[in-house]
Design a protein around this ligand. Structure first.
Ligand code: CMP
Length: 144
């Protein structure tokens, strides 16, 4: 089993509803450790950059509007198979299709306002983490 890191975002709907703690508790109870985390209010340029892979999709402008509508809680989670585990804990993108007990089933209100984002692969995780965190913030340095 590989120890991986993945980027997690509690989106503006999850933050506004007061669900940061509930969502982090689910990660921690399931073996995902918080390596770094912060509250950040994205601007449109940053949101467009982060979701650039979706720029041709019909929902792109609406997604950007949503992601700048309030603060997000961005964090780096670490653990065995963290990428897959996080995606299982989040559940399907559309909460109507998410399994019972998943974060999106519990806290999402629609396919766009779906409470959380998680990286989908090792390479994507590296890039997504670097959007928000420096090596210093990840404690990736010699402390002695
Ligand atoms: P996320 O996992 O962050 O990846 C892209 C986001 O776009 C997704 O969660 C949703 O917030 C949003 N999204 C995906 N599909 C749709 C859709 N069909 N309509 C509106 N928003 C969507």
């Amino acid at each position: 089993m590989a120890i991986e890191r993945t980027l997690s975002i509690v989106k503006p709907d999850g933050v506004a509803a007061g669900n940061i703690g509930n969502i982090l508790a689910i990660f921690e109870k399931n073996g995902l450790k918080l390596v770094a985390g912060k509250l950040i209010w994205l601007n449109r340029q940053k949101a467009r950059e982060f979701y650039a892979v979706h720029k041709e999709r019909p929902f792109f402008n609406s997604l950007v509007d949503f992601m700048v509508s309030g603060p997000c809680f961005v964090s780096v989670l670490e653990g065995e198979n963290a990428i897959k585990k996080n995606r299982e804990l989040m559940g399907a993108t559309d909460p109507a299709k998410a399994d019972a007990g998943t974060i999106r089933k519990l806290y999402a209100t629609g396919i766009e306002k779906n409470a959380v984002h998680g990286s989908d692969a090792v390479e994507t995780a590296k890039v997504e983490i670097s959007h928000f965190f420096s090596g210093l913030e990840l404690n990736d340095y010699e402390r002695s």
